[in-house]
Ligand binder design. Structure first.
Ligand SMILES: [Zn+2]
Length: 257
């Protein structure tokens, strides 16, 4: 399987990345994408990805780090040209935390999307959208970038937001949240996604899936539990569904075979 979103440059994994990737492989997770939360972090994710065959990277500014500017957009674009960098992001809006920096989140999102659209590069884009669907989708639409280039990572909203996401043409990715008993809305939304537009991720070090919910940090080796949970709630067999998820991630992120 492929873990399409985690943060292996975070301090939780210092000196332990080899071990985590080994444990992941043993659990059948052969490929991992480590996602950036800032432009300097994008340099780190790419450097780490260079050290491991089936590890890939992204570059971009997370909304909760938007206030840590100024951001070097030219450097972000340069980083994105590296063969191990497979996407922009994660970028977007977060209305759950960080109320004092909302205007900065918006300004940085606009600058970032302009840099991406202006670069002429057609890499996919990883979106962080927390309680912000009504605001964010029109902003993404205005860029002219097709909806099919965006994945809304860690989908934790409900059916209404999923309808908006699907109408926009984007992809949806699910974390361990979908395995939690109290996440009925997320589960209902997960059943709505067409088979060709769904992906899985751990978002490690956060959100460890059941039955390991108490384990910290979360890690790529746990992604099969999320796939199993999704297969169950969608009423499909796990093995073919895992193959579909892998094929989807390979196609969306254009990963080498
Ligand atoms: Zn993330």
């Amino acid at each position: 399987m492929i873990d399409t979103h985690c943060h292996l440059t975070f301090p939780d994994y210092e000196g332990r990345v080899d071990e985590e990737l080994r444990l992941a492989r043993e659990a059948g997770v052969h490929t991992v994408i480590t996602v950036a939360t800032g432009v300097p972090n994008g340099l780190q994710t790419v450097a780490l990805a260079q050290q491991h065959d089936r590890l890939f990277a992204t570059t971009g500014v997370h909304p909760l780090h938007a206030h840590e500017g100024p951001h070097d957009w030219a450097l972000m674009i340069e980083t994105a040209k590296h063969p191990k960098c497979v996407a922009f992001g994660e970028l977007g809006l977060d209305n759950h935390y960080d109320a004092e920096h909302r205007p900065v989140q918006h300004a940085v999102l606009d600058q970032q999307l302009e840099a991406i659209a202006g670069s002429g590069m057609d890499l996919p884009i990883v979106v962080h959208c927390r309680e912000a669907f009504d605001e964010l989708i029109p902003i993404l639409q205005k860029t002219g970038i097709p909806g099919s280039r965006f994945v809304f990572h860690c989908f934790t909203a409900g059916p209404r937001e999923m309808e908006m996401l699907l109408a926009f043409g984007a992809w949806a990715s699910f974390t361990g949240v979908v395995t939690y008993k109290n996440a009925k809305d997320v589960q209902e939304a997960a059943a709505m996604v067409p088979e060709g537009r769904i992906m899985v991720e751990t978002d490690a070090p956060f959100l460890t899936p059941k039955p390991h919910r108490g384990v910290r940090p979360n890690a790529p080796r746990f992604v099969p539990y999320i796939a199993r949970s999704l297969a169950q709630l969608r009423g499909v067999d796990q093995t073919p569904f895992e193959r579909t998820l892998d094929a989807n991630a390979t196609r969306f992120f254009r990963l080498p075979a």
